[in-house]
Each structure stands twice: as structure tokens, then as C-alpha cells.
Design a protein around this ligand. Structure first.
Ligand code: DAK
Length: 256
């Protein structure tokens, strides 16, 4: 049983809630290990189609746990077990939705940016305040933020440490929707349920292709897309999807 997370699965969607309210969900090694373990479990469970990750109304997560970080020197950072946990989170291949209320700062913002879709409450704040501590983002904050919001705003956030509001995050493309805070999780679950009803192999390849768009040049990305599209032509779910359309009924996908 995880200590730092609450985990509930309902109709093919797993809801993972960060639970360290005493420290605004600051990310400890234990929390990251438990999160990585839960994502691995979801990855190997065929009955789970999507995951929603959330925190509390006050904080999604206020960054890496600074009390834990204070005890790590250079060698400690190089051998940091958290690196492996971040890798596991990065490699999660099923759809991942973040429902963000309150503070998403430092590693908390970086964790939210690992999600494929971000839904934010109106009071959410996104920031990379590491510069105030004499350090810089270390879990993708420079790379994913720049790709999400563009150079000028990413530079401003990382170099000044100033957070941005949910509305600004929406305008910049960091989040796709904002909601009243009490509805953020519900809206994320609604989107996750819809996604989880689709064909698993198509979801997996579509997510992979979309992520490649950030890394590859256009010709390579288009080549990957064509291969993935062709692969799906050999799946039972593709036949079922088209047959269901012709028979005017809802498709029932099997993941093959
Ligand atoms: N760590 C530990 N405790 C924290 C915390 C944090 N990041 N953030 C808040 N808390 C604790 C506070 O100490 C306080 O505890 P008590 O004093 O009550 O025991 C409690 O949560 C409530 O916080 P406040 O009293 O400060 O609440 P306020 O509403 O006044 O302020 C705040 C909220 C979020 C503005 C403030 O707490 C704050 O500035 N927190 C620190 C935010 C921050 O600087 N975050 C960035 C941390 S650096 C790595 C990759 C990445 C990283 C590290 C390693 N590897 C790949 C290895 C990332 C680094 C970071 O994220």
C-alpha cells in the first residue's frame, strides 16, 4: 500500500492523488518511487486505459522536497534514485492526464508537464522557482516548458522564478482547459473515461507519434506516423471500429 498516494480505479481509469498535505505534496524519493510503481502497475494492467494524476486543492505539488534535497551533495545527486523514478514516469505509454489545482512549482510543474493533457483549476499557479534557490530545473523544466509555451515565456519563468496563472498557462498552451477548482478532477476523469473507451493500440501509437512531433524533424515524424498508421491496419480493433461504424453501433475494442 502506498503511503504518499491514494489510488482509486473506476471504469478503466486510475486516479492517483498525491497525499503529503503537510508539505504541499513536495516530492520525496518515497513519493516518486510509489508513483513510478503505480504507473508501472497501470501500464501492465490491460483493464486500465488512462490515468489521472492530481494533488490537493491547495497544491498539485510544491516541488522537490527541500528538506530531503538539503541532505544531498553532488555525489548524492549523481547517484540519486529519483533519476530512475523520473525515467519510469517519462516512459509511461498510456494516456496520462494531470488535474492541477493550487501550486505546481519546480518538480511539481515538471511532473504536471509529464502528463499528455493538463487540466487546471482557475487558481492554479505554474512556476519554476529553482533559480531562487541557486539551482535550475532538473526534471525536464527547461526542455518541456520551452516546447509548451515558447522561448520568451519559458525564459521569463525559469530565469525570474515568477509563476504564471492558470489563465496565462491556458493562453500559452501549457494547459488545454481551465475549470472551477472544485470541478478540475471531475473534468479530467471525464476526459480520461472518454479516452479509455478507445482502442488501446491506437491510443498508444497516437501518443507516441504526437510526442515524436516535439523531437523529430517533419519528414521523420511523418515517416513514423505512416508506419504507426500502417501497423494499426493489422489490428482486430481497426476491423471492429470500421465494422461498428457500418453497423451503426458502438465499437467494442479488445486491445488486439
Ligand atoms: N519542500 C518541503 N516542504 C515544503 C515545500 C518543499 N518544496 N514547499 C512547502 N513546504 C512545506 C513548508 O515548509 C510548510 O511546512 P511547515 O513549515 O508547515 O512544517 C508547509 O509546506 C506549508 O508551506 P508554507 O507555509 O510555505 O505555505 P505558503 O502557502 O505560505 O507558501 C509556497 C506556499 C508553495 C509558495 C511555499 O511553500 C514555497 O515557496 N515552497 C517552495 C517552492 C519551491 O521552491 N519549489 C521548488 C523546489 S526545487 C531532480 C529533479 C528536479 C528537482 C530535484 C531533483 N533530480 C532529477 C534528481 C527539483 C527541484 C525543485 O523542485
Amino acid at each position: 500500500m502506498p503511503h504518499t498516494l491514494a489510488v482509486h480505479t473506476h471504469q478503466a481509469v486510475c486516479l492517483i492523488t498525491l497525499q503529503r498535505p503537510q508539505a504541499l505534496n513536495a516530492l520525496t524519493s518515497e513519493l516518486l518511487a510509489e508513483l513510478a510503481e503505480q504507473l508501472q502497475r497501470c501500464a501492465s494492467d490491460d483493464s486500465i486505459g488512462a490515468v489521472v494524476l492530481t494533488g490537493s486543492r491547495k497544491a498539485f505539488a510544491a516541488g522537490a522536497d527541500l528538506n530531503e534535497m538539503a541532505g544531498r551533495d553532488l555525489v548524492g545527486m549523481l547517484n540519486d534514485p529519483r533519476q530512475a523514478h523520473w525515467q519510469t514516469i517519462t516512459q509511461f505509454a498510456k494516456p496520462l492526464i494531470a488535474a492541477v489545482n493550487g501550486y505546481a512549482l519546480g518538480a511539481g510543474c515538471e511532473l504536471a508537464m509529464h502528463a499528455d493533457i493538463l487540466i487546471a483549476g482557475e487558481d492554479a499557479q505554474f512556476g519554476q522557482p529553482e533559480i531562487n534557490l541557486g539551482i535550475m530545473p532538473g526534471a525536464g523544466g527547461t526542455q518541456r516548458l520551452l516546447r509548451a509555451v515558447g522561448k520568451s515565456l519559458a525564459m521569463q519563468m525559469v530565469l525570474s522564478g515568477e509563476p504564471i496563472s492558470a489563465r496565462r498557462a491556458l493562453e500559452a498552451g501549457l494547459v488545454s482547459e481551465i475549470t472551477p477548482p472544485e470541478l478540475t478532477v471531475e473534468r479530467a476523469l471525464q476526459i480520461a473515461q472518454r479516452i479509455a473507451s478507445k482502442a488501446p493500440l491506437a491510443l498508444r501509437l497516437a501518443k507516441e507519434a504526437l510526442l515524436k512531433a516535439q523531437d523529430l524533424d517533419l519528414a521523420s515524424g511523418l515517416r513514423f506516423e505512416r508506419h504507426a498508421f500502417t501497423l494499426l491496419a493489422g489490428t482486430a480493433d481497426r476491423n471492429e471500429g470500421i465494422r461498428a461504424f457500418q453497423e451503426k453501433r458502438r465499437a467494442s475494442f479488445c486491445g488486439k
